[in-house]
Design a protein around this ligand. Structure first.
Ligand code: ANZ
Ligand code: ZN
Length: 623
């Protein structure tokens, strides 16, 4: 007899139990069947699922079930991105060990996922904060180290005072910390970096291998990598018997240079200040600029400031003597840290010249139109024009002139064509507790030494103080810090920083293909069968973080012979946000609708059907 009323709780509970007992969604490699790997970005175990999760996982579940019904051998796993700051903050606030807090949250969220009836192969669950996982994260650090891709270097790094740790460039959004929105400052520190810049060119080129990715994400990565071609060339400084190099993407404007602009960190400044009556003024200015935030220094609206050094340099194209200024708008870690100032060609230079009464010379005119300085109100930045006032290049079309001018610099030996990237190396050290310890030992005789593979994992100590100030909490555990050098046996100390959690999430999709392997991070054959991920689903907020780091990881692993493909995710779907009353659902706005409430009222099928039909997957969904 057909029941009049649908009773989701009885029906769903029955089948969820059946699936669990029969391991209905468990899969194994089967070379006779075509495979399909369907994956949703794994969650951070914050404690409860939100509607964004429900949407993300419902979309993935539909694809996985559909492909199963079509006869594919479908891998559809789930796990936990479980290292990171919230666990540590809970420890500080409520005095709960991070591990306990995390595992309890995972238990609760697992229950919620199961109540949603999602078709996961739970036997492959991975949890990044567990030893059987982070052992391999450390193993990968060692692999990168051995390949020369993990290096320790001293540099000015992004520091968040609220989170009490350094941040990667990708984690600084408009000058602010991605986690807490606090303004980021610069600090000189010696830190571990992954050399993602070694792969800049390939990461850019291989975007073409990804027709199944949204154009928007590819454009964001393209711009983040920021490849440009230009000329690097040198100006002589007669008074110092030295030279200063600039990088320009507009060599066609070389005859319009009227000043030289240095970053406040430029190494030449020290020499410029020797026996210089303006030394105090220059140093005070540099000091002030260095304390300005990244936003203040780079925003197009912020005031362009500088100080004249009293020293001159010579433009090799024209023989013209120009003033050397120290400025706040030239970045020290891009190009050469020095810019040839062309007020008529670059708006920043225009504003700077206006402020300090520096001369302007017109050298580029729109085609067929004479440009008079008196009539100009801003720089002419168009990429179309003709050269004037440019010696032998006068009358030339600007793109032809670019190449001719670069030829001249190369022929006369004062310059060279050069490719530049915006992308910087990935800073992976964190002065935080809840992460995978960096497996390095510092020995007074041997220097930096890798912890031998058979001694991994380097376990997180538990006798720590969480409020250690600017150093990592790991440094407060005497037992952790002191050790013997694996090479010579001398008393040594351990690295006390942990790894950026984005490193843990850069390879989790590989581990699902062989989640219980204790000899290797994964078996090559299994991984090559399942990988790459055929359909990945997640939020656009990871466009240049997780999605770029994972691409980098796979390329390094391919070069190390561990995987046989170039890209981790063949197709990507970035699902839209779930919003309510026009705003993102969030605790702080008090507009959160809890999945549990919907589940208990209407059941999983209704909840999932609603969230799938209410809007196309890529679009925002108004609850
Ligand atoms: C002279 C010039 C004239 C420029 C002109 C532009 C227009 P992309 O495309 O991002 O590579 N630049 C170089 N190094 C810099 C630094 N460390 N800080 C700030 N600006 C820097 O940009 C390259 C251009 O950005 C370079 O070309 C340089 O200004 C500036 F009409 O040189 B140009
Ligand atoms: Zn922060």
């Amino acid at each position: 007899m057909i029941q009049e009323k649908y009773a989701p709780h009885d029906i769903e509970a029955k089948w969820q139990k059946y699936w669990e007992e029969n391991k209905t969604f468990k899969v194994e490699m089967d070379k006779d069947k075509p495979k399909s790997y369907v994956l949703e970005m794994f969650p951070y175990p914050s404690g409860n699922l939100h509607m964004g999760h429900v949407r993300n996982y419902s979309i993935g579940d539909v694809i996985a079930r559909f492909r199963t019904m079509k006869g594919f051998n479908v891998l559809h796993p789930m796990g936990w991105d479980s290292f990171g700051m919230p666990a540590e903050n809970a420890a500080i606030k409520h005095n709960i060990p991070p591990k306990k807090w995390t595992l309890e949250n995972i238990a609760n969220m697992t229950r919620q996922l199961k109540a949603l009836g999602l078709s996961y192969d739970w036997d492959r669950e991975v949890t990044t904060c567990k030893e059987d996982y982070y052992k391999w994260t450390q193993w990968f650090f060692e692999l990168f180290y051995k390949r020369g891709l993990a290096v320790k270097k001293e540099s000015a790094v992004n520091w968040c005072d609220t989170c009490n740790t350094v941040l990667a460039n990708e984690q600084v959004i408009d000058g602010k910390c991605w986690r807490c929105d606090h303004e980021v400052v610069k600090k000189d520190l010696s830190q571990w970096f992954f050399k993602i810049t070694d792969y800049a060119d390939e990461l850019l080129k291989d975007l073409d291998l990804l027709p199944g990715w949204p154009e928007r994400v590819k454009t964001m990565q393209h711009n983040w990598i920021g490849r440009s071609e230009g000329l690097e060339f040198s100006f002589e400084i007669p008074a110092l018997n030295d030279t200063v190099a600039v990088y320009t993407t507009r060599p066609d404007t070389a005859y319009g240079v009227t000043f030289m602009a240095l970053a406040a960190e430029h190494p030449l400044i020290k020499k410029i200040c020797e026996n210089n009556p303006k030394a105090d003024e220059i140093n005070a200015f540099c000091e002030r600029v260095r304390n300005q935030s990244e936003i203040e220094r780079t925003s197009s609206e912020s005031e362009k400031e500088g100080v004249f050094t009293g020293v001159y340099c010579i433009n090799p194209f024209t023989g013209r003597k120009v003033e050397i200024w120290v400025t706040n708008y030239v970045l020290y870690d891009y190009g050469t840290g020095a810019v040839m100032g062309v007020p008529t060609g670059d708006q920043r230079d225009w504003m700077f010249a206006d402020k300090y009464g520096i001369e302007k010379i017109v050298t580029i005119c729109p085609i067929g139109k004479e440009l008079k300085l008196e009539e100009m109100t801003c720089a002419y930045e168009e990429k179309e024009g003709m050269l004037v006032n440019s010696g032998e290049f006068t009358g030339m079309e600007m793109h032809k002139a670019m190449s001719a001018i670069m030829d001249k610099a190369e022929a006369e030996g004062f310059g060279k064509r050069r490719v530049n990237y915006r992308l910087r190396d990935w800073l992976i050290s964190r002065q935080r507790y809840w992460g995978a310890p960096i497996p390095i030992i510092y020995c007074p005789h041997c220097g930096e030494v890798l912890v031998p593979e058979d001694q991994l994992p380097v376990r997180l100590p538990e006798d720590v103080s969480f409020t250690a100030g600017a150093k990592s909490p790991l440094a407060t555990s005497e037992e952790f810090v002191h050790c013997k050098c694996p090479k010579c046996g001398a008393d040594a100390i351990r690295e006390t920083d942990t790894m950026d959690t984005f490193l843990c999430s850069s390879w989790y999709y590989l581990r699902y293909t062989d989640a219980h392997n204790d000899k290797m991070p994964f078996d090559k054959e299994l991984n090559n069968y399942w990988g790459p991920v055929d359909q990945y689903i997640g939020g656009i907020e990871h466009a240049i973080l997780h999605l770029l780091y994972s691409r980098f990881f796979v390329k390094v692993l391919r070069d190390a012979g561990l995987v046989d493909y170039d890209e981790p995710f063949s197709n990507l779907l970035t699902q839209g946000m779930v919003i309510k009353d026009g705003a993102k659902m969030s605790k702080s706005l008090g507009n959160v609708v809890s999945p549990e409430e919907i589940l208990s009222k209407y059941g999983a099928d209704t909840a999932r059907l609603f969230i799938l039909f209410a809007a196309p997957p890529e679009r925002e969904l108004e609850w």
